[in-house]
Design a protein around this ligand. Structure first.
Ligand code: CAA
Length: 385
């Protein structure tokens, strides 16, 4: 399919593919086993200017948008989505800063994020607040010169590895979603520590960890946006970032499709390559259709966002839901056509199937997002009436 990429987009995509093939492929199985954070690859990504892709030029970035970010995430995920999500999650903090940060905050942090010197993380989820994001309990109490944070964040991607954390907390416990605010917290701030590192089914090269705040004093100038705007800022940010999870899912599905085609071409059964059997061809053809449809939807959602559209909740949710369901289906089918070999750790598709599951869960479970899509449909019907 022709997606009419610009020369710059082709260069970014090509570079991401090269890093994936040359630097990620040789280590992906080992990192999946050891669950080690991929610092070597993160450094390669930084050296190749990949963290500059989504930062505007005035802050030492390349000036790309959601679409360019998706191109990189897709290429990295085609080889290892655990490494890709460590990269992708580091876009959440800067995206919040770009939308709502002060000029001083942008000048202070964005150049170091663009160069890859500072890896970032975004912290919303808590033990009591998963899909029900406004049920967060971490608080920030106003004191002279700043805010004191208390509470624990759970399942935070890049936790313990990132230098800079965007943390959503309650500055007014009485106002629910309208009492939330966002803060930037640097790793070495006294009172900020890390809890257990999670042991996961998939994306095992990524770090997922608790963040613990105990009387952690954060200066007032580290608040992003206005007090009470934290929840709505987060909802808008997630609308912007969800196509990135879609891109992760598309990359994963593409990798699984390629692995399945390679395997079935060389595997001889009944005196012929598996790929010659109509039953296998049907499965492969359906996999290919689904991957391309998911890619088209993710690219369309990303381009809608970059067009400057004001609201894109529905487009973004559709792209994430469809692509992640596609990744789950396609990686499962890849294991199926690879048979016994596909189930073994020596082949990449079992890892891809494990990695795919989380794309249906994080950055909004597919159930919550279907709800959001249905809500938009109901609004539209009401308008027609
Ligand atoms: N854009 C703008 N504003 C929005 C919005 C959006 N998309 N969604 C909600 N809002 C506003 C509402 O208009 C409302 O504003 P008012 O106070 O002015 O009325 C306010 O936010 C509260 O909205 P709701 O009453 O709809 O809120 P809710 O409590 O019912 O929750 C929800 C809505 C959609 C279920 C939300 O909780 C949600 O998105 N949950 C999923 C959380 C999620 O995606 N977590 C991912 C964590 S990050 C992650 O996973 C990263 C990683 O590791 C890779």
């Amino acid at each position: 399919m022709e997606y009419f990429l610009t020369e710059q987009q082709k260069t970014i995509k090509g570079l991401a593919r090269r890093i994936a093939e040359e630097r990620i492929l040789p280590v992906r199985a080992e990192l999946d086993e050891t669950e080690e954070f991929p610092w070597g690859v993160i450094k390669d990504l930084a050296d190749s200017d990949m963290f500059r892709v989504f930062i505007p030029e005035e802050y030492e970035g390349l000036g790309g948008g959601c679409f360019e970010l998706c191109l990189v995430i897709e290429e990295l995920s085609r080889v290892c989505s655990g490494i890709a999500v460590s990269y992708a999650a580091s876009a959440l903090g800067p995206l919040t800063l770009l939308e709502y940060g002060t000029e001083a905050q942008k000048q202070k942090y964005l150049p170091d994020i663009a160069s890859g010197k500072k890896l970032t993380a975004f912290a919303l989820t808590e033990a009591t607040a998963g899909s029900d994001a406004s049920a967060i309990r971490t608080t920030a109490e106003r004191v002279g010169g700043g805010y004191v944070l208390n509470g624990t964040k759970q399942f935070i991607t890049n936790g313990g590895e990132a230098e800079l954390y965007t943390v959503i907390v309650l500055t007014d416990k009485t106002r629910g979603a309208r009492g939330a605010s966002a803060f930037l917290v640097e790793k070495d701030t006294p009172g900020f520590s890390f809890g257990k590192k999670e042991r996961k089914m998939g994306i095992r090269a990524s770090s997922t960890r608790e963040l613990i705040f105990r009387n952690c004093l954060v200066p007032e100038e580290n608040m992003i946006g206005k007090p009470g705007m934290g929840f709505i800022m987060t909802m808008k940010l997630l609308d912007r970032s969800r196509p990135g999870i879609g891109a992760q899912a598309v990359g994963l599905a593409q990798g699984a499709l390629e692995a399945a085609v390679d395997y079935t071409r060389q595997r001889i059964q009944f005196g012929q390559p598996l790929i010659s059997l109509p039953v296998v061809q049907d499965i492969l053809a359906d996999m290919a259709i689904r991957v391309e449809a998911a890619r088209a939807l993710v690219y369309a959602a990303a381009r809608t966002i970059d067009s400057g559209a004001k609201s894109f909740t529905e487009e973004s949710a559709m792209a994430k839901v469809f692509a992640s369901d596609t990744a789950m289906k396609v990686t499962t089918d890849a294991v199926q056509v690879c048979g016994g070999a596909g189930y073994m750790r020596d082949y990449p598709v079992e890892k891809m199937m494990r990695d795919a599951k989380i794309t249906q869960i994080y950055e909004g479970s597919n159930q919550v997002l279907r709800n959001a899509i249905a809500f938009e449909l109901r609004k539209r019907k009401a308008r027609r009436e």
